[in-house]
Structure formats: C-alpha cells, structure tokens
Design a protein around this ligand. Sequence first.
Ligand SMILES: NC(=O)c1ccc[n+]([C@@H]2O[C@H](COP(=O)([O-])OP(=O)(O)OC[C@H]3O[C@@H](n4cnc5c(N)ncnc54)[C@H](O)[C@@H]3O)[C@@H](O)[C@H]2O)c1
Length: 249
Amino acid sequence: MEIAFPGKRVLVTGAARGIGRAIVHAFAAERAEVHAADIESGLVRETAATAGSPVEAHGLDVTDSAAVDALVARIGPVDIAVHAAGGVRGRMAGPLEEVTDEDWRAIQAVNVDGAFHVARAVTPGMKAKGQGRIVLISSGAGLRVSRTGIHSYGTAKTAQIGLARQLASELGPFGITVNAVAPGLMPQTSPDYVRQWEARSPEERAAIVEGIAMRRLGLPEDIAHAVLFLASDRAGWITGQALPVTGAP
Ligand SMILES: NC(=O)c1ccc[n+]([C@@H]2O[C@H](COP(=O)([O-])OP(=O)(O)OC[C@H]3O[C@@H](n4cnc5c(N)ncnc54)[C@H](O)[C@@H]3O)[C@@H](O)[C@H]2O)c1
C-alpha cells in the first residue's frame, strides 16, 4: 500500500524536535509541501534543514490564536494539519495543593487551546476543498491515568480526544476527518521526557519496558507512521478515533 502526499500542503505544530520533527520528516519523504511550526524557532529551522527535501520553518506560538490564523493565511489552504505541540512544559509531578494556576494553564494552553486554534484556522480552507485531515497528538495519558502524574497533562490529553470526537462529528459532512494518536512513553524525544524517565529507578524503567508487549520503547517514527496513515486517503472512513500507538494492546 503506497501512502504518498504529492502536492498536499501539511502543517505540523510542535515540529522542533521529537515526535513533531519525525512527522515533518516523514511527510517530506512522501513528497508533501510541509510547513513546520514551533515556538522554538531555531530548532524548527534545524528540523527543516535535516528533512532531506524542502520544508518551510515557521516560528509560532500556538497559544496565540491570531498568530495561528496569520500563519495559515500566509501559507494558504492546508490539506493536513497535525498538532504535535504540547507536552508537559517543564513540569514534574507534585501534590495537587502545590500546583499553581500557571502550572495548570501552561499545559492546557499549548495542548488544548493550541489544538482548537489550529483546527479552527485550517477548517475554512478544508471546507472549501471538500476534504481535509486533522490529527491531534494526544497521549496514553488521555486514555488512562497519566504516568507523568501531572494533573493538567492527563486532563489536557483527554480533552484533545474529546475535541477530536466533537470536531469529527461536525466536520465529517465536509469531507474532513479528525483523529487523535495516543503515543506511549518515549523518553528520548525532549528534555522534559528525559527528565521524566531519569526520575525513575532502573527497576521502574525495566518494568515499563517489560509491560510493553513489543518489549521496546517507542520511537518518534512509530508515531509518524500512524499519523501518515490517518492523514492518507486510505483512512477516509476513520474519524473521531483515538489510536493508541504504544507497542502493547
Ligand atoms: N514523548 C513522549 O513520551 C510522549 C508521549 C505521549 C504524547 N506525547 C505528546 O507528543 C507531542 C510531542 O512531544 P515530544 O515528546 O516530541 O516533545 P515535547 O513534549 O517537548 O514537544 C512539544 C513541542 O511543542 C513545542 N511547543 C511548546 N509550546 C509551544 C507553543 N506555545 N507553540 C508552539 N509550539 C510549542 C515545543 O517547543 C516542542 O517542540 C506532545 O503533544 C506530547 O504531549 C509525547
């Protein structure tokens, strides 16, 4: 089964590293016109430079809806939007009574508000074409208790799945699918996840790998492959779903 995207305009947020970077590289390899956006403008330029084919890099704060709208207006109608911007924004687990409003909001803003801003901005162009694909990078933390122990993160990742379901219902009649991908823990994607991983004892780490049926941790490319499938024509009758990509049932 060939999955290629010649001539398709793809916008990937959170493209500076890890999962977002792998998604950019995978779409670029399949001949899409890729726009890589991230608040880390230096790192996102590196994503573009290492893609192996032309990718346009954009500095973007997804919590700023006007900036998201302006970027979409500048690049033109988007065929495929992938919201990978998110993560835990430098937070670690702590008791609920010590979580500040700012801790809570920072994670909601990028994961949930950002997903909403991106979906809203690309929808008119997709409706005009009568087709489109929106993929939100949620997490296993959206399907069960978060391993991170971070309240706002588990809540935000669950909200993304709810948003995908709700938008799928509204946008289906316009030929637009909206899905979420729910990756398992991947320690090597970003400093935040390295910290989460290193906070665990060797025994805990071994137990996590033992608990994965495929007996290995996930790689960003594992997530990119799932995203490309959901973004392809072959997935035209899959919408509103949350696909766990975890190496385990
Ligand atoms: N690594 C894991 O174990 C794991 C597991 C499940 C889900 N996820 C999710 O996958 C996605 C990618 O995570 P990752 O692990 O590759 O690294 P990450 O969590 O560091 O990635 C988040 C990316 O979003 C960018 N970002 C943060 N705030 C932004 C903003 N306001 N505007 C634009 N960009 C912003 C960051 O610069 C970074 O490049 C995230 O949504 C994360 O929650 C990661």
